[in-house]
Each structure stands twice: as C-alpha cells, then as structure tokens.
Design a protein around this ligand. Sequence first.
Ligand SMILES: [Ca+2]
Length: 98
Amino acid sequence: MPTQLENAMDTLIKIFHHYSGKEGDKYKLNKGDLKQFLTSELTDFLSVRAKDKALISIDKIMKDLDTNKDNEVDFNEFVILVAALTWHGSHYASHNVG
Ligand SMILES: [Ca+2]
C-alpha cells in the first residue's frame, strides 16, 4: 500500500499530465496549459500575486518558472513551483501569519 507521500507524488504527476496533455508538447505546460492549471488549481496563489498586478500576468509567471528558457514549463520546473508553494504553506502555518 502506498504511503501518503507516495500518493501525493502520484497526484502531482497526474495533475501535471492532465494539464500538459491539453496543448502542444504532451510533457510540458505551454502558456495556455499553465494558465488553465493556475486558474483551476492554484487560485490562492493567483489571488496573493494579484495584490501586485504586474505579478499576475501569465507571461511573468511563465518567465519566473521557465528556468531553461524554452517557453514551456516541464515537470522539473513544475515541481520547483509546487515545492516553493509547499514551503510557503508550511512557513505560514508554523508562523501563523499571512
Ligand atoms: Ca522550460
């Protein structure tokens, strides 16, 4: 039986492929995929960033995530986003702020 962490990792992979498979390269999120992913799955992330209008543009988010500059978000880049958001979540929970 898989552990909770294994289940969580499996879910991450499934969610990534759900969105990456929609347009273009099946194993990468292009701008359209990324927009759908963020607006469906990370509404809190977007609303936090919305406080600064410049940060909410998909172009800006894509630029932040796309470390290898191929204009798409691959699974490695996706995991960095999720890890960063997870860190923020635990940081806010343990410090009771935000
Ligand atoms: Ca990339």
